[in-house]
Design a protein around this ligand. Structure first.
Ligand code: 3HC
Length: 347
């Protein structure tokens, strides 16, 4: 899209400063026009520093959510009630690891390394989704996560397929296809329980009761308290506000809950004819902010397990790096010598 720009602080004299300012103004104009025309911004294009920083923040938080999200579900792999359920759950948890990989790769195109991002996750300097700080107490929680948590994730992420930053948008296409399978497995699991014995039905209802409100919080704080939404929407990173997507999710879930034969734990939930949407009750935002500060039921456990898994996986990363280095040397040896190179120099 444009050539690399010079940083303003390298311009020391007036003339040079004016030239740089013109450069940046021009580059910004090209960038703004591309965003306005719904063109994709690609890694080598010039972009404002704040746009880059916002993308790194959001994509990193998203990637961290995918890999931390493996924990509450993996908790049930050994206790899945049948081989079929176990196979489905293992595939789903593996998908989440894959989503993490696409997202860390997308973040790397912005000039940050995966090690740096993982470091920030492990030291609490970057966040992951609030939702994964809640425990999975029964098998029905696996269904509730699929139906509600993956359902909320799809509602939030389908618009991200149109994000202005190319690598993130493209990663989202595949992620959303897989999330859609996750959502259906959760729905089908809950349907089986809901239509099962009274105890199974009660277990499904209890899981929905516990996961409903935290799922609504996944969309982020109300618009009035969302620090990044306005700018992210101007840049077309986000296409809708937190409250818009939350409302969309509630409207999708109400008929699905009816088909499941389960209720949503909100006495204020009702259709509003005038608005053409459901009204719903107040969300306990103090709980949300408290979870973000590290005080959720599982914050400590999630981070401890993540760090432990990272440490235990060090030998795999080392082996992979050694293998890659060995093969790159091997490939170098097999590359044909440049014309005129003495034979012994390539031996
Ligand atoms: N959990 C943790 N932190 C949250 C949050 C949540 N649910 N919602 C908002 N926040 C944080 C923000 O990161 C921001 O903190 P920061 O300034 O320190 O970074 C602060 O709360 C204010 O929120 P904003 O509304 O201003 O933040 P955003 O504009 O970034 O909007 C968002 C938040 C809607 C979550 C947006 O970042 C987004 O769409 N992210 C991509 C999707 C994503 O991260 N999903 C994770 C869900 S889980 C998942 O995908 C796994 C799947 O398998 C289920």
């Amino acid at each position: 899209m444009a050539t690399a720009h010079k940083a303003p602080d390298v311009a020391r004299d007036g003339a040079a400063a004016a030239a740089v300012v013109t450069d940046i103004t021009e580059l910004e104009a090209v960038f703004d026009a591309a965003v306005a025309a719904d063109e994709r911004i690609e890694p080598r294009d010039w972009m404002p520093d704040a746009y880059r920083a916002t993308l790194v923040r959001q994509i990193a938080q998203h990637a961290h959510s995918e890999i931390i999200g493996m924990q509450p579900e993996a908790n049930w792999i050994t206790r899945a009630p049948s081989l079929r359920r176990k196979a489905i759950l293992m595939a789903k948890v593996q998908d989440e690891a894959g989503h993490g990989l696409y997202l860390y790769s997308a973040a790397e195109t912005l000039g940050v390394s995966r090690d740096e991002l993982l470091d920030k996750l492990h030291s609490g300097r970057q966040k992951y989704s609030s939702i994964f700080n809640y425990p999975t107490l029964t098998w029905a929680d696996v269904g509730a996560i699929g139906w509600l948590v993956d359902g909320a994730a799809i509602t939030n992420q389908v618009p991200l397929c149109r994000c202005s930053y190319g690598p993130y948008a493209r990663a989202m296409v595949r992620v959303c296809k897989e999330e859609s399978f996750h959502q259906r497995q959760g729905y089908e699991l809950l349907l089986a329980l809901s239509r099962g014995t009274p105890e199974q039905h009660a277990m499904a209802q209890d899981a929905v009761d516990r996961w409903w409100w935290p799922s609504l919080m996944m969309f982020g704080p109300p618009d009035a308290e969302s620090s990044h939404s306005e700018q992210s929407m101007t840049w077309k990173i986000k296409r809708h506000s937190n409250d818009e997507l939350r409302q969309r999710f509630v409207d999708i879930c109400v008929p699905q809950a009816e088909s499941l034969g389960l209720t949503l734990p909100d006495p204020d939930l009702r259709w509003n004819e005038e608005r053409g949407e459901h009204d719903f009750g107040p969300i306990d935002w103090s709980e949300f902010w408290s979870v973000l500060k590290g005080n959720g039921p599982c914050n400590e456990q999630r981070l401890t397990q993540r760090k432990q898994a990272h440490d235990e996986g060090a030998w795999v990363r080392d082996a992979a790096a050694a293998y890659a280095a060995k093969h790159s040397d091997h490939d170098k040896d097999r590359r044909p010598a440049a014309p005129g190179t003495p034979a012994e120099a390539t031996a």
